[in-house]
Design a binder for this molecule. Structure first.
Ligand code: CU
Length: 285
């Protein structure tokens, strides 16, 4: 090549060389957005059809895929789980609240220096055998004070005691003693009590004793009773008395008084709940 042509070649290179490079760059620029699009890694070993199926395998049909997104993150399963969790928490806190309340009531009379309800006693049962506070140990006791000549209140309350006892006995056999203590020892001899209590429940324990023994027991249980003065033999009279069931724990400590506001079911539930809380010893049946 002649030296005269050399400048021309340089000129041509400068004229056409660069555009050719630019062109390649332009093409790569054009290609760039394509490569920046998110792509799913494809397996070159699999045919394209298989790869497509792999990508769409979570939703078999478009309808399924649409419905998946329509419900969003709040599906019925999540809703149900939420409701069940919330319900469980509400139940737990309510249960704990009631348990703490029962514990507070049960502990209220156990503390040192607190006025004590109940205490040791020695009386006679309806069979003429001695019965003392020691015979109640290891079981809960439901103690009621009344008298066999009572026209209406005692019969109603003893019916209620029988129903409460049956409910508790069914769930916790041998865990409770139903005890009736007379406030009228003058007339309520063991024989009279035996006959009277048999009308209500064969498992009732009826207690009587001397006037002083009964008076002392009533004082310990803070039971008010009054026998009219100067009663002539054979004359009928009424005895005023408190109307409460005293729930005593297996150590002989007072737990709670059940009043007329408690239905047999409510009373039995309360007793069973206290039994569930009890962590001390039980008597062997
Ligand atoms: Cu009565």
């Amino acid at each position: 090549m002649s030296p005269a042509l050399a400048p021309t070649r340089t000129l041509l290179r400068s004229l056409f060389g660069s555009p050719a490079q630019q062109c390649r760059r332009c093409l790569s620029h054009v290609a760039a957005p394509k490569s920046s699009r998110p792509t799913i890694a494809t397996n070159p070993m699999l045919p394209r059809q298989d790869q497509f199926q792999k990508r769409t395998k979570t939703h078999k049909t478009i309808e399924q895929a649409k419905s998946r997104y329509k419900s969003g993150p709040f599906s019925w399963k999540a809703g149900l789980l939420f409701v069940m969790t919330a319900g469980g928490l509400v139940w737990y806190f309510e249960y704990e609240k009631q348990r703490m309340q029962r514990k507070r009531i049960a502990d209220a009379t156990k503390g040192i220096g607190k006025p004590k309800v109940g205490g040791p006693f020695e009386l006679i049962d309806q069979n003429g055998n001695p019965f003392s506070s020691e015979d109640m140990k290891g079981r809960y006791a439901l103690v009621y004070f009344g008298f066999s000549h009572c026209p209406d209140i005692c019969p109603d309350e003893l019916d209620k005691m029988a129903r409460m006892f049956d409910i508790v006995e069914e769930q916790r056999p041998g865990a409770i003693l139903p005890v009736f203590v007379t406030c009228d020892p003058e007339r309520d001899t063991p024989g009279i009590l035996k006959e009277y209590l048999a009308e209500f429940h064969p498992r009732f324990i009826g207690l009587t004793g001397s006037y002083d023994d009964i008076k002392a027991m009533c004082k310990k249980y803070r039971v008010y009773f009054s026998t009219p003065q100067n009663v002539k033999p054979g004359q009928d009279y009424l005895v005023d008395h408190s109307i409460y069931f005293y729930l005593m724990d297996p150590e002989g400590d007072f737990v709670e008084a059940l009043g007329r506001q408690h239905s047999p079911q409510a009373g039995a539930k309360l007793i069973l709940d206290h039994m569930k809380d009890w962590t001390g010893k039980w008597a062997k049946n």
